[in-house]
Design a binder for this molecule. Structure first.
Ligand SMILES: Cc1ncc(COP(=O)(O)O)c(C=O)c1O
Length: 366
């Protein structure tokens, strides 16, 4: 089986090869500070006894599991600490498909591209359910698409790339559809701290044996390089998921788990609010410029991406490369997220140079 190189890596490579200044709006790497307590936790770790440099419990340190369980209102036994939300999604998706009940996987269009990649890797067949124009989900479309062949539905809210924050009732309706068809719902909430609308409610409040919630600290604590995330499983799926996690990874970074624990303890509400405020300001700056450039765009209710459509300039890889070459701004091609937004480009607002990027785009498209 062949795996396609994610378009993300291609664009990053193209930016790396450029011999002129390019503003990187490709990646989802926060450019702001993690909590000071997280830095302190990391320093403190360097002085621990060698026994703390050895394998931690496979499913995560007891301290971090307890902290997450308390914050999320679940039993620590349901928590698996993973190598980021990426692994948490993999475990959730694998748990659904290894039951051999149905290979069909319902994904949204547009989609975070790693979901179709994982679906293929796990032997599933992806069916795409179009999101509404504003990024919201259409429960009737899921009702029509779901069948007893469906093993899994993957949702992501707040959403990458649309910025939509799904109505809680709709997420619940989809979990209930999964129950009726013996499918599982994996709800990826990695942007849970980037709810700009105040409307986000975690799927954990939905009481169901068919719902798995994934999240992590890459975005909320600004540490995509640490690789610490988690999945919360219903009891009946927990043991298999832990076994898979152990066989694939042995365990997850122990210093990283310690630093995250300290970071969680140290980060107050003001830390998270400051990150959101930064994104709100950048959304305003960027979308003002998009108005000036005559572009159509999405204004995110959550996460930190803006999709933009420039007349006569569809979101192909060739056009992304041209924008890098001629405007010095790098985004992601919309076609990388499915068919719905293939005319669009996605820009990640994780650079202090948002204003400059906006000016470059205005000049280029004017
Ligand atoms: C929707 C979504 N899920 C998961 C991830 C990966 O998160 P992590 O770094 O926690 O593995 C990303 C990263 O951009 C994402 O956008």
């Amino acid at each position: 089986m062949e795996y396609e190189e994610p378009q993300f890596f291609h664009v990053m490579g193209y930016v790396g090869d450029a011999d002129h200044d390019v503003i990187d709006m490709v990646s989802g790497n926060p450019d702001w500070e993690p909590p000071q307590a997280l830095r302190d936790g990391l320093k403190e770790y360097a002085e621990f006894e060698p026994d703390r440099f050895q394998y931690p419990p496979s499913d995560g340190t007891a301290e971090l599991k307890a902290e997450i369980a308390e914050r999320r209102g679940v039993d620590p036994a349901q928590v698996v600490i993973t190598n980021g939300t990426g692994e948490a999604n993999y475990l959730g998706m694998a748990a659904a498909l290894e039951r051999d009940i149905g290979d069909e996987v319902l994904l949204t269009d547009p989609v975070y591209p790693y979901y179709p990649g994982k679906t293929k890797m796990l032997g599933g067949d992806a069916t795409f359910v179009p999101a509404n124009r504003d990024g919201s989900i259409d429960v009737d479309a899921y009702r029509e698409a779901i069948s007893d062949e469906t093993g899994l539905v993957v949702l992501n809210t707040p959403n990458n790339p649309t910025g939509a924050v799904y109505d809680h009732e709709k997420v619940e309706a989809i979990v209930r559809l999964c129950e009726e068809h013996n499918a599982l719902a994996v709800v990826d909430e990695v942007y849970d701290h980037f709810d700009l609308s105040g409307e986000f409610e975690s799927a954990l409040t939905i009481d169901s044996e068919h719902r798995i919630v994934t999240s992590g600290f890459s975005k909320s604590l600004a540490i995509t390089g640490f690789r610490v995330g988690y999945a919360i499983f219903p009891d009946w799926l927990t043991e298999n998921a832990k076994a898979r996690h152990m066989l694939v990874n042995v365990a997850t970074t122990r210093p990283g788990q310690h630093a995250v624990l300290r970071g969680l303890e140290g980060a107050d509400a003001a830390y998270y609010e400051a990150s959101r405020e930064l994104i709100r300001e950048r959304v305003d700056t960027f979308t003002d410029a998009l108005d000036a450039a005559g572009a159509e765009y999405t204004r995110p209710d959550g996460a930190f991406y803006v999709m933009a459509r420039f007349d006569g300039y569809p979101g192909t890889m060739a056009n992304v490369e041209r924008l890098i070459d001629e405007a010095g701004v790098a985004g992601m091609p919309g076609e990388g997220f499915g068919d719905a937004y293939d005319d669009w480009l996605r820009f990640a607002l994780v650079t202090p140079r948002v204003e400059e990027a906006a000016e470059r785009l205005t000049d280029f498209f004017a």
